[in-house]
Design a protein around this ligand. Structure first.
Ligand code: NCD
Length: 316
């Protein structure tokens, strides 16, 4: 079968077709087995990934680096661009053109929405968006979707509650669209303060796809019916008014007690970091909490799969 992901830019949920999501998930499963049995292999030997992170990152950066290394590839790891010629005033475009001469793909995180697309327009190698401002974070959306599908086996009729900063939270923008692409039988509860609602543009895309959406401010209203509760951090760095952030940062606090009447097989997710107590640490050890275990492991395996599919044409 032709590998349509070979050489492809991954800019947002729209970059990937439903068929490609399936191929990525199948390869992710394979990667999980490879890591478990032998740690990795050498299939990306001779390939190099440049990781250009203009914004702070713990997991996305490290898991992309690890993913490449576990497949035998090389890395240009720049976690922060302050020690590059960007500090001397070199343009974004020139910076991208330079790295596209050294590497075989670019993974980029930027505080400004749309920059990964700008990078893709001036690079002649594939570009993967690792988060652009308050816009999208497609690889996080992919492995969060994988985590949900892998746990429940099917998305049809599943109730997924996305909670917190739905305006600036880029992970929920990608996640909701990818889940809807996989199965329009999924149902969403969008739980946020009125100031941080899911953007209309995304809501209308989801509705056009036939997905059912319910919006509320009250987390308590959805806990008992949810199969997935996906908490998010209020995105401090996107606020111009600090007092507004302070007012909203702890709008929701999920703890063991609040899950008393939750479904037994439900899961609690969070892209991390937890920054203002939106999940109490008493949930960390709860078997329903997957944010410190499966969600992370799946992130590594999915990024291995994606790099493999983008960088190697032939896939049996
Ligand atoms: C998220 C991000 O950067 O958008 N983090 C991540 O990549 N896991 C979520 C966040 O920072 O709140």
């Amino acid at each position: 079968m032709e590998n349509t992901l070979f050489g492809k830019d991954i800019i947002g949920a729209d970059s990937i077709s439903k068929e490609e999501v399936k191929i990525i998930f199948d390869t992710t499963r394979e990667m999980g087995k490879i890591v478990k049995s032998k740690g990795g292999d050498d299939r990306l030997k001779g390939k190099v990934m440049a990781a250009l992170f203009f914004e702070p990152s713990t997991r996305t950066f490290s898991s992309f680096i690890t993913a490449m290394q576990r497949l035998g590839g090389g890395i240009i790891p720049l976690n922060g661009m302050q020690n590059t010629s960007i500090a001397k005033g070199e343009s974004f475009e020139h910076t991208i053109k330079v790295f596209s001469r050294y590497a075989d793909c670019i993974v980029i995180r930027h505080n400004s929405a749309g920059k990964p697309q700008t990078a893709a327009d001036c690079a002649d190698i594939p570009v993967i968006n690792a988060g652009d401002g308050g816009n999208e974070h497609p690889t996080q959306g992919l492995f969060d979707s994988y985590t949900i599908l892998d746990h429940f086996g099917s998305l049809d009729g599943l109730i997924v509650s996305l909670v917190g900063d739905l305006t600036y939270g880029r992970t929920v923008h990608s996640l909701s669209q990818i889940l809807a692409k996989i199965d329009s039988g999924i149902r969403f509860n969008f739980v946020s303060p009125p100031q941080l609602k899911m953007p209309d543009m995304i809501k209308s895309k989801l509705k056009n796809a036939g997905v059912k959406i319910m919006e509320t401010e009250r987390l308590a209203e959805v806990i008992n019916v949810s199969d997935v509760i996906y908490m998010t951090r209020v995105q401090k760095e996107r606020f111009t008014d600090v007092s507004e952030y302070e007012k909203l940062k702890s709008f929701y606090e999920l703890d063991r007690n609040s899950l008393m009447h939750a479904k037994r097989d439900m899961i609690v997710m969070h892209p991390l970091p937890i920054a203002a107590g939106e999940i109490n640490k008493d949930l960390d050890a709860d078997k329903r909490a997957v944010y410190l275990n499966t969600e992370l492991t799946n992130g590594l395996h999915l990024r291995m799969a994606l790099l493999d599919l983008i960088l190697r044409k032939i896939h049996e």
